[in-house]
Write a protein that binds this ligand. Structure first.
Ligand code: CMC
Length: 444
């Protein structure tokens, strides 16, 4: 069997392919090639099984485009990330998280009036149903806040029936706004519950990120005012995590949604997927690793372990399935990290010193250079979040909070796609072929 084009597409080549020929036992099949705005073309294999009786095989989906999407573009070789065409560094440097939310949900950056309206709609939905407070009491105090998030976000569908009809565009929009608005409240409540403090209600006179910080760090007996530098840093962290194309949790949300499940249940499935240490859980794991290394002189020992095939240890916060260059988010995150530590007088934070030196050593090491392993967003986010006052268990919760807009925008895009069908991958079966049932007393 042979196929052409069989190699990696040359994106610098302006000549586009129209079709690929697949040859099986001398018979040729023409597979259409589809073109996006930028990025690799795709060979459309959707009729392959009907035409040939063969499946494609791509565990980990490294060569598979699962959908059309207009939301986010990543060029991993060149370290580029665009949301609806806008580079992530411009959004993070000049915009706000809610602007990015508007952009992802509705396709354009808002005008002044649209922004005021959007901000107002989000703000009007920040409270959660009072009965939800009682759900938290059902969890152990030492429950991981991600476990609480999975449960409480899934339970939203039990509280907001009027936004679960996925065939109604108005309900879909309300569900999206509700989730963006309520996620900070739910996340802050998970945090407060874990430290035994009373829940703090949202304050609608504050912006999105300042409100989140006050729900996390205010207490009823004191006046709290979020430091604007820290609130801005929080907002930037949210922007950096807002969406990231068809990653594992987003694909989970799309797959769950493809069956017609309600949006709150789908987002809960995304949160469960994000929790894993290879995905969103890496920020927690990265900070734990930096703390374990502890001092700069111990770095070589850990670098050697990361390179050892017989040792499962990996440098957390390093490497990425798509980025084979510096993760563009990591650059901004590193800058933000310095700003936060400066603002808090923590410039000489030992973990930051370990991170900077580890990055320097790894980027000069042949193993990491050859495998194109660069720091990803999680490498510096943990240090920043800890400086902001969050315990490590909250790191992935903050990722989930920010990624909610990406999940819901991707979910909506899928539901609104006229060609949408339930996602149903196939397999290469390697178990036993058909065999006869043997009664238990006759089994050897
Ligand atoms: N430290 C040491 N070696 C590594 C690392 C690492 N962090 N990452 C990859 N490698 C090696 C790996 O051993 C393999 O070597 P070989 O080819 O000799 O077998 C090679 O690089 C390719 O790795 P892979 O696991 O096949 O690559 P992948 O695309 O399946 O995995 C990854 C990507 C992000 C899961 C992986 O790089 C990793 O485990 N990194 C650490 C966890 C992490 O930081 N995750 C956050 C990702 S960014 C945020 C997010 O998307 O959630």
């Amino acid at each position: 069997m042979s196929s052409s084009p069989a190699t990696k597409p040359d994106n610098s080549d302006p000549a586009k392919h129209n079709a690929a020929t697949l040859s099986i036992d001398g018979k040729e099949y023409l597979l259409p090639v589809r073109h996006g705005t930028v990025g690799p073309e795709v060979v459309d294999v959707s009729s392959l099984y009907n035409d040939t009786g063969l499946f494609t095989y791509d565990p980990g989906f490294a060569s598979t485009a699962s959908c059309d999407s207009e939301l986010t573009f990543i060029d991993g070789e060149n370290g580029i990330l665009l949301h609806r065409g806008y580079p992530i560094d411009q959004l993070a440097d000049r915009g706000t998280f809610l602007e990015t939310c508007h952009l992802l949900l509705y396709g354009e950056l808002p005008t002044v009036d649209q922004y005021a309206d959007f901000q107002n709609r989000v703000t009007m939905h920040t409270m959660v149903h009072e009965q939800m407070n009682r759900m938290y009491a059902g969890f152990r105090r030492d429950a991981h806040p991600m476990a609480i998030m999975v449960g409480v976000v899934g339970a939203l569908s039990a509280f907001y029936h009027d936004s679960t009809d996925i065939t109604d565009p108005v309900q879909r929009d309300i569900a999206a706004i509700r989730m963006i608005a309520k996620m900070p409240t739910i996340a802050a409540m998970a945090f407060k519950y874990s430290i035994g403090q009373p829940f703090i209600y949202p304050r609608n006179d504050l912006d999105y990120s300042a409100n989140f910080l006050q729900m996390c760090f205010a207490v009823p007996c004191e006046v709290y005012k979020a430091d604007p530098t820290l609130a801005r840093a929080m907002d930037r962290i949210f922007i950096l995590h807002a969406d990231h194309e068809q990653n594992a949790s987003t694909s989970t949300v799309r797959l769950a949604g493809s069956s017609g499940a309600n949006p709150f249940a789908c987002i809960s499935a995304g949160i469960a997927c994000l929790w894993g240490p290879a995905h969103g859980g890496a920020n927690e794991a990265a900070l734990n690793m930096l703390s374990e290394i502890g001092t700069v002189d111990r770095i070589p020992e850990f670098v050697e372990r990361a390179k050892d095939k017989d040792d499962p240890f990996r440098l957390m916060g390093f490497g990425h399935r798509v980025y084979k260059n510096y993760d563009p988010r990591a650059k901004i995150m590193q800058k933000s990290c310095h700003e936060v530590l400066d603002a808090l007088g923590l410039k000489n934070d030992p973990t930051l010193q370990v991170a900077l030196e580890l990055e320097r050593i790894a980027l000069e090491d042949d193993y990491f250079v050859d495998k194109k392993l660069y720091p990803n967003i999680d490498f510096y986010s943990g240090i920043t979040l800890r400086a902001l006052g969050f315990p490590t268990t909250m790191f992935t919760v903050l990722f989930a909070l920010a990624r909610t807009v990406g999940w819901i925008a991707q979910w909506r895009e899928m539901i609104e796609d006229p060609d949408q069908r339930i996602g149903r991958p196939r397999q290469l079966y390697t178990g036993p072929a058909e065999r006869e049932y043997v009664p238990i007393d006759q089994r050897g």
